[in-house]
Write a protein that binds this ligand. Structure first.
Ligand code: FEO
Length: 894
């Protein structure tokens, strides 16, 4: 076997890669006129040895690498770490063979997506891994390796490795070129022709590999800006020992985003001139109002690169193609494939074309446009053979409509797309006065309004979270039922109110009595914590879920501040506290909700400064207490609150208290915040947001009892005295909600953790229904607003005799909006990475303000986390619901 020698870069760093001088086409699509190299690097510290990258998995390259390693690494030494900055098989293809044959104990270091890729390449996870992050340091003994996560350079998995002592940066593809270089170093290339060729190859490599990821190139350059770099060890072409600043500057120059102009580019091909006739008419329609300039290109006459340049700077992109053998023509496909989500997403686009006997061409291109995440607000325009006068008029109108949309005119969603994508087109609707139903995709609340609601009254999500329900006409004219008796609803929370509303949707004759246990008008319970920070909300109609006007108009009798203490099942009566007259019912709906669990030994009601946060009265009392404390506090003393419970309620309450000027200790029994909704990295990120806002987090601790002074709590003691105690002026417990089932138990309903009901929400006793947080329809109890109102609706419909209404549990996303940041989590987040069928895609927080992590089982998207971008969260929910594949997800999101 031929032997090869390692090349010394530093005393303890060697190039151990492979040369591939003969390749001319790389990865099927790239030209490689000067061959290429697969660079791998061996780093020997005093104690440990690392190999950065391997080579393409082909025997001749693998043998080269082994031979070079053996030429420098003494037999008694082993490689302790394989580091993969990027896991495309031209760099990592050889890793598993090398691991198994020579260094089975080596640990593999890469980003999470990178490690998942490696598992899928090896079809095994029988190796130890270390997930790299920006804080990880690997000490080899005198040489320290640091990691810089650099996603999309050019895969989601990419990162850089930096050795601070040597000032050497290992970048894999970044700064690379397909250029065979037996000299190994760029400063040893002396022939001017070779130097020219290398620059040409470097530019071509950049355009092909990094061109679609310019934003990430800039982020990558930013992330290494402050590093002292003496050597760049990239993985194709020469190792760079000179011109490093030039490389960085050129990359910066090449990655400049071109300004997108308000113009339209029409690019078309035409076989018999019919599509060209359409193009001319469309252009005419576009230019009617003379507002947006239009450039038109016949691809058979124009240079493709000129058209691409025009497209890259155009806000509107319109393609015209005939259909030949069920397909668009290749020049149009070429352009459509040039478009990508990173560069072109959100631009306006449309397709047209003449056809003979079938017209799939424009439809196929239309799909591609959506894949690349361009807006496709109007349906493709297709005309059979030669356009008639009327057809040409249609073309003009179609072009004119496109311009009007670009100018911001509201438009109806396309009705040819049966998969409702939550893009601008499906959210905006038309500006008119017709009432419409809008669904908040975060919490499920339905809001009726003519135009998209600005904010969800329940969860606070913005306009981007709303989807127009376009089936309103079918669901608003249902048949009336014949039931004529009395329905009593106990509880005026979300479920109870929805029950009343749905009763009236289907029955105007029966008597409806709503018993509200609180003194206040029924309100949106999820808005309670917002009301704590901003009591003016209590004066806003938006805070209240059920108006007196609705009650009057719909003949609903509401009894406020009435507590039901018993139900006479035989006689069908409800017994109210301190009231002689019983209320008769024919059907009864129990919607008594739930209560916060109190974690102390003592009873909270015995103290004047300890509160749950479940009712409006809690909020008003907390606010009064805070006001009182502020008046009596010593000057310069900061009031301190202890909030127990690091879930949704607790975090929201903490935010409200911070806004009221208090210091907050937030106590959570789990070792990290939101462990069910976030992965470890997401929790850490969100914890950082909370601590930066002044919240002190006490994680992994259990409260035991209150420290008391008369009727006041002055602090909290912890189990095992870890920590011993915290002092506070105010304590709030916001721990999980427990179903309020005492009435149900009293009358002998079957209960578990909730009142057990069937899918029609009927309990174990005929004519008695339960819904919302007090009900259990299949295990476990689900306590969230969306399911509560769905259950309320089903209970109401069932009570008036609708027989085909059934509750179906839905995977509701978890959404939290605090401190101007949003957390969005949908699906079951895997607790660890042990499942071999699991793969993960992520966008790292350090290179973007948005944290995105997506989880796949057997290639199907099952869950996702988004911090910092609600609209993106909605798209993730869409994708989870639609069971996107890994590939579809990449196309949709990256
Ligand atoms: Fe050279 Fe992206 O692999």
């Amino acid at each position: 076997m031929t032997t090869y020698k390692a090349e010394k870069i530093y005393e303890n760093v060697h190039w151990v890669g492979a040369l591939d001088p003969d390749v001319r086409i790389f990865d099927i699509v790239m030209l490689a006129p000067y061959g290429t190299t697969y660079n791998a690097f061996l780093i020997e510290g005093k104690e440990k040895v690392a190999l950065i990258e391997t080579v393409k998995n082909k025997k001749e390259f693998y043998d080269q690498m082994i031979s070079r390693i053996d030429s420098v690494l003494s037999k008694d030494k082993k490689i302790d770490y394989f580091i993969h900055n990027h896991t495309e098989p031209d760099h990592s293809g050889g890793f598993y063979q090398l691991l198994k044959e020579r260094y089975p104990e080596a640990k593999i270091i890469g980003t999470l997506p990178g490690l998942n890729n490696l598992k899928n390449m090896a079809n095994s996870n029988d190796f130890e891994t270390i997930e790299a992050n920006n804080d990880l340091k690997i000490d080899l003994g005198g040489l320290t390796l640091n990691f810089i996560i650099a996603p999309f350079l050019h895969w989601p998995d990419s990162m850089f490795t930096y050795c601070s002592e040597l000032k050497a940066l290992f970048t894999c593809d970044f700064f690379g070129a397909h250029f065979n270089c037996p000299q190994v170093f760029n400063d040893l290339i002396n022939d001017p022709k070779d130097i020219d060729n290398l620059w040409e190859a470097t530019k071509y490599y950049f355009d092909t590999i990094f061109g679609p990821f310019k934003k990430y190139v800039n982020q990558g350059l930013d992330s290494i800006q402050n590093l002292e770099i003496q050597t760049i060890c990239c993985s194709h072409g020469p190792v760079l020992r000179k011109d490093i600043e030039k490389y960085k500057n050129l990359y910066r120059e090449w990655a400049k985003e071109k300004n997108v102009e308000k113009k339209i580019v029409i690019a078309y091909v035409s076989a018999y001139g019919y599509t060209e006739e359409m193009a001319n008419a469309i252009k005419k329609g576009m230019e009617k109002s003379n507002e947006i300039p239009v450039e038109m290109y016949d691809l058979l006459k124009e240079d493709k690169s000129k058209v691409i340049e025009a497209i890259d700077t155009a806000e509107g992109i319109v393609f015209g193609t005939p259909t030949i053998i069920s397909e668009a023509l290749p020049p149009i496909w070429d352009l459509a494939l040039h478009l990508n989500a990173t560069t072109h997403s959100g631009r306006y686009s449309a397709v047209f074309g003449s056809y003979g006997w079938s017209g799939e061409g424009p439809l196929n291109i239309d799909q591609r446009l959506r894949q690349a995440r361009l807006e496709t607000p109007i349906e493709p325009l297709r005309i059979m053979f030669k356009p008639s006068e009327k057809d040409l008029e249609d073309c003009e109108n179609w072009g004119n409509k496109f311009v009007r949309i670009m100018k911001g005119e509201k438009f109806e969603p396309r009705n040819d797309l049966n998969r409702k994508r939550r893009t601008r087109s499906s959210r905006n609707g038309i500006l008119d006065n017709t009432p419409k139903r809008w669904k908040c995709l975060v919490c499920g609340e339905i809001v009726i309004s003519a135009n998209v609601p600005e904010i969800c009254p329940v969860c606070g999500a913005g306009a981007e979270a709303f989807m127009l329900l376009d089936d309103i006409k079918e669901t608003t004219k249902p048949e009336e039922t014949s039931f004529e008796g009395t329905i009593v609803v106990i509880g005026a929370g979300g479920a109870g109110i929805e029950a009343v509303k749905s009763i009236r949707e289907r029955n105007k004759k029966c008597k409806v009595i709503l018993i509200n246990g609180e003194e206040f008008k029924p309100y949106y319970r999820p808005s309670l914590t917002r009301a704590l920070a901003d009591t003016s909300l209590l004066d806003s109609e938006k805070f209240y879920i059920f108006t007196d006007k609705f009650a009057d108009e719909n003949n609903v009798q509401i009894l406020h501040n009435k507590i039901v203490i018993d139900i006479e099942v035989e006689n069908k009566n409800v017994v109210i506290k301190d009231q002689k007259e019983k209320i008769h019912f024919d059907k009864l709906i129990i919607a008594t909700g739930g209560n916060n669990f109190c974690p102390f030994k003592q009873k909270p009601e015995d103290f004047s400064n300890v509160f749950g946060v479940r009712k409006l009265s809690d909020v008003t009392m907390i606010k009064q207490e805070v006001d009182k404390l502020k008046k009596t506090k010593e000057e310069n003393k900061k009031l301190q609150a202890c909030v127990i419970g690091g879930g949704l309620l607790g975090i929201e309450a903490a935010e409200a208290l911070i806004e009221l000027g208090l210091g907050v200790d937030l106590v959570e029994v789990m070792p990290r915040i939101l462990p069910r909704q976030l992965d470890q990295e997401g929790s850490l990120l969100f914890q950082k947001i909370l601590t930066e806002k002044g919240i002190r987090l006490l994680l992994g601790v259990s409260v035991n009892e209150l420290i008391v002074d008369g009727d006041r709590a002055t602090g909290v003691l912890f189990k095992d005295s870890k920590p011993e105690k915290v002092s506070c002026d105010l304590a709030i417990f916001a721990i999980g909600v427990r179903a309020e089932i005492s009435l149900g138990m009293k009358i002998g309903l079957k209960t578990n953790r909730g009142i057990i009901v069937d899918t029609k929400m009927e309990s174990s006793i005929k004519d008695i229904y339960a819904c919302g947080d007090c009900a259990e329809c299949g295990s476990p109890v689900i306590q969230n607003w969306t399911n509560a109102i769905d259950q309320g609706r089903i209970a109401g419909l069932s009570s008036v005799g609708v027989t085909d209404a059934e509750f179906k549990r839905v995977a509701t996303p978890y959404a939290l909006f605090v401190f101007n940041s949003s957390v969005f989590s949908v699906g079951l987040i895997p607790s660890d990475n042990s499942d071999p069928s699991l793969s993960v895609l992520s966008l790292n927080k350090n290179s973007s303000n948005v944290y995105l992590k997506l989880f796949f089982i057997n290639d199907i998207l099952i869950a996702g986390i988004v911090i910092g971008d609600t609209a993106l969260g909605i798209q993730v929910q869409d994708a989870v619901e639609a069971k996107f594949t890994y590939q579809e997800t990449i196309e949709q999101f990256f």
